[in-house]
Design a protein around this ligand. Structure first.
Ligand code: SDX
Length: 421
């Protein structure tokens, strides 16, 4: 059987046959049949918006690979900065390349004092840290006018390095502002994860716990990229207009902020807290089935089986709880998972725990306020967003994103003076 698809326009009898490659066929087939014929696909359920070599997902089998490397191996053996290098360059670095990359990122973690002392003071005292993070990423770009030179590969590399290096600093700044505590400057003597934890928590003789440092780094690895998710699609759409990477990343972070996307980890902990006890799990499950509630942290557009990240995060949770003490919400989460996975409502809809179901339990046990959870997602996803932005700019098949529409509004009609309405 040939790897082709044949489409016939029954209105004209015209037929076109195009190749199927990598599970997709070119929409140019439709333009050959009728240039005014469009494929209606709200939320892009069946649309491949790009060709990419960065991350591979197999939703039916719970497979996630960065550059061909299984997420399970990267979580066990790699580091976030090594994974960021892999996403950006397509290959794991040599030891010299990794040392150079770590040095470059480590020595670009400071942000301009105007951001730390003036910009951040413009926020209301109870501003949500994720809203602050989105704003700060956009504002960061105003300190680097060379960021607009997106055609210059060297400028792109400098901005990529700045955004990856400064995201944790900005995140910690947002947290410190929200609790009215003084900021801790970045330290060049610490790893990426340890530097972030140090900026978050350093008071007095605080020392970063190596178990929590490793758990943070693993969580960063797991959240680094996930192919064409909502936030990354936003990065690509904005980047396709040749906006600078800071403005594009701020748009991606805005998409991630939504509770159906990266905001779900915060929503999960709020959901578990409101359930409150094991005894309330079954009534809550029934309310979800009645359509009154949504089981946050469950379901995924791609994974119709388990989310491999959830499996790793669940294991990481136990490591963290050894240090922090068990999060009391864990038992409620485990009971929810157990009951949902044995209920046809969820099984029939292929709803399984996703990356957000257990991550919030770890963050809460590490003393992060729930309002910081999506910021913790955005920090590592910055490298994924930038890898896709870079791939977009290097892809000759890409141009400014501009979908078509199915118009079903009113036909032409004449203006009616207000006295006659
Ligand atoms: C992330 O895309 C990515 O890769 C995202 C991400 C990444 O790394 O970037 O993986 C990160 O965003 C993970 C998802 C976090 N969001 C949540 O946990 C929020 C809760 N989940 C859902 O809202 C939902 O599952 C989505 C948004 C994740 C996926 O939604 P889809 O693919 O559009 O599926 P759908 O809403 O059409 O649901 C299909 C059916 C519906 O039932 P019916 O109308 O057919 O009867 O399943 C039901 C939905 O009502 N359903 C749920 C549910 N999720 C879907 N019912 C109860 N609880 C849920 N969580």
């Amino acid at each position: 059987m040939p790897d082709t698809i044949t489409i016939t326009d029954d209105r004209t009898g015209k037929t076109v046959t195009v190749p199927i490659e990598g599970g997709v066929f070119p929409s140019s087939a439709l333009r050959e049949l009728d240039p005014t014929l469009y494929c209606y696909d709200p939320a892009f359920l069946s649309t491949a918006s790009t060709r990419s070599s960065i991350t591979y997902l197999d939703g039916a089998n719970g497979v996630l690979r960065y550059g061909g490397y299984p997420i399970e191996q990267l979580a066990e053996k790699s580091s976030y900065l090594e994974v960021a290098y892999l996403l950006l360059n397509g290959e794991l670095p040599t030891s010299a390349e990794l040392a150079q990359w770590e040095h470059e990122v480590t020595h670009h973690t400071f942000i301009h004092e105007n951001m730390r002392k003036r910009f951040v003071d413009g926020f209301h005292y109870d501003a949500h840290p994720m809203g602050m993070f989105v704003s700060a990423i956009a504002a960061l770009g105003t300190f680097y006018n060379d960021a607009k030179e997106i055609e210059d590969p060297e400028s792109r590399q400098i901005q990529i390095r700045r955004l990856i290096a400064k995201s944790p600093t900005i995140a910690a700044m947002c947290y410190k502002f929200s609790v009215g505590l003084p900021f801790n400057q970045p330290s060049n003597d610490l790893s990426y994860a340890a530097n972030f934890l140090n900026m978050m928590w350093k008071i007095g003789d605080y020392e970063v716990d190596p178990v929590l440092e490793r758990a943070m780094d693993v969580l960063f690895i797991l959240h680094a990229d996930h192919e064409q998710n909502c936030g990354t699609t936003a990065m690509r759409v904005i980047g396709s207009s040749h906006a600078d990477p800071y403005s594009s990343a701020a748009g991606a972070a805005s998409a991630l902020y939504g509770p159906l996307h990266g905001g779900a980890n915060e929503a999960v902990v709020r959901m578990l807290t409101s359930i409150g006890t094991i005894d309330n799990v079954h009534p809550f499950i029934e309310s979800v089935k009645a359509g009154e509630e949504r089981l946050m942290g469950f379901g995924h557009r791609v994974y119709k089986n388990f989310d491999p990240r959830a499996t790793i995060i669940k294991q990481t949770a136990y490591d963290v709880f050894e240090v922090t003490g068990k999060n009391p919400l864990l038992d409620i989460a485990l009971k929810l998972e157990e009951e949902a996975l044995s209920d046809s409502y969820f099984v029939d809809r292929q709803l399984y725990p996703n990356v957000d179901f257990y991550s919030g339990l770890i963050y809460q046990a590490m003393q992060f306020p729930t309002s910081m959870f999506t910021v913790l997602f955005a920090i590592p996803r910055m490298s994924g967003w930038l890898a896709h932005w870079q791939e977009l700019l290097n892809d000759p098949a890409q141009k400014i994103s501009r979908p078509r529409q199915w118009y079903d509004g009113p036909d032409e009609r004449d203006y009616v003076p207000i006295v006659d309405r």
